[in-house]
Design a protein around this ligand. Structure first.
Ligand code: PEP
Ligand code: MN
Length: 333
């Protein structure tokens, strides 16, 4: 971290700043220039509150040269992390597809879709039980009974399950869930992240609708700082001025995350586009760019889906998508 001091700064205040930093085991290197004095802060500055320093009378500006996240940072963990979800390793070279309906709607629907996606090569079953809907009048999910059906579908197919949590108070219902999803709308629900940090269950952390990559990694840091290092990142599109798609798929997030973090990264072209016919080309792109996997919504009757029908693939379309994805993966190898 670099601190630029105002001209004619008060020496006593500088000494106070030095003492305060030394208490945090940070030492200062003072560089006197012609027009300004610049302090180089040496030590682990990830815990230092740069806003507090910036607010001091003697300070002109503060610049971070190191990222404020540590556990999620590749610098401190050079090798790729592998997060195991119900026996399925995510990250570290393989390619894992999580597929299933947006929402669990019934036993018949879920079991039919689960068997179909498994036959096409999906390794993890997704399905929302608690649904974050924009309208309070829209289908809110089957809640606890939806999780029960996911567990039934797991028994039937052997596929581990991933499902979204919306509130800490529901955590007990997730005791048997293999991977807990934190949705885009909750990416900065810090109390929820802290609670998930106290568990060991893998967390699929979706990127917030308008979050920067650094904010996203800071949310991962919340979970990891609590002791749960089993975090998988999921890019699901961000809000931009473009309206042709539901969101804008930030495919550049993959190489950026690879550079800055060791965590596995999967891509969700369903929520990124909101349009079923765009899912396959973007799934192929995600495989080509080196993501660790995909999350794709599949419904046995998209026209009748209670949530996100327009972006849901039929089992046949999913199968076709998997063939193209596998062809790209084979070519990459
Ligand atoms: C979902 O996966 O069903 C979902 C609600 O996704 P997101 O949080 O990315 O909108
Ligand atoms: Mn959905």
């Amino acid at each position: 971290m670099i601190v630029i001091l105002k001209q004619n700064h008060d020496q006593k205040q500088l000494e106070e700043l030095r003492a305060w930093l030394e208490e945090q085991e940070i030492s200062i290197q003072v560089n006197h220039g012609v027009h300004s004095t610049v302090l180089g802060l040496i030590g682990d500055t990830s815990q230092v509150d740069s806003d507090l320093i910036e607010a001091l009378d003697i300070v002109e500006a503060v610049k971070r040269v190191q990222e404020p996240y540590k556990k999620a940072n590749r610098k401190f963990h050079p090798q790729n992390s592998v997060v195991t979800v119900g026996g399925v390793p995510v990250g570290g070279g393989g390619f894992v597809v999580m597929a299933g309906p947006c929402s669990v709607e019934s036993r018949e629907q879920l079991c039919e879709v689960a068997q179909a996606v498994k036959a096409s090569g999906a390794q993890i079953l997704r399905g929302g039980a608690f649904k974050p809907r924009t309208s309070p009048y829209a289908f809110q999910g089957m809640r606890e009974s939806g999780i029960d059906l996911l567990l039934e579908a797991k028994k039937l197919t052997g596929l581990p399950i991933v499902t979204e949590i919306m509130d800490i108070s529901h955590l007990d219902s997730f005791a048997q869930v293999d991977c807990i999803q934190v949705g885009a709308r909750n990416m900065q629900n810090f109390e929820l992240l802290k609670e998930l940090g106290r568990s060991k269950t893998p967390v699929l952390l979706k990127r917030g609708l308008s979050s920067t990559i650094q904010e996203w990694l800071m949310s991962a840091e919340y979970i990891m700082a609590g002791g749960n290092e089993n975090v998988i990142l999921c890019e699901r599109g961000i809000r931009t001025f473009e309206t042709a798609t539901r969101n804008t798929f930030d495919i550049s997030a993959v190489p950026v995350l690879r550079e800055h973090s060791h965590l596995p990264v999967i891509m969700d072209p369903s929520h990124a586009t909101g349009v079923a016919r765009y899912v396959k080309p973007l799934a192929v792109a995600a495989a080509a760019i080196g993501a660790d996997g995909l999350m794709i919504e599949v419904h046995n009757n998209p026209a009748k889906a209670l949530c996100d029908g327009p972006q849901s693939l039929t089992p046949e379309q999913f199968d076709d998508t998997m063939r193209s994805v596998n062809a790209v993966l084979a070519a990459r190898r």
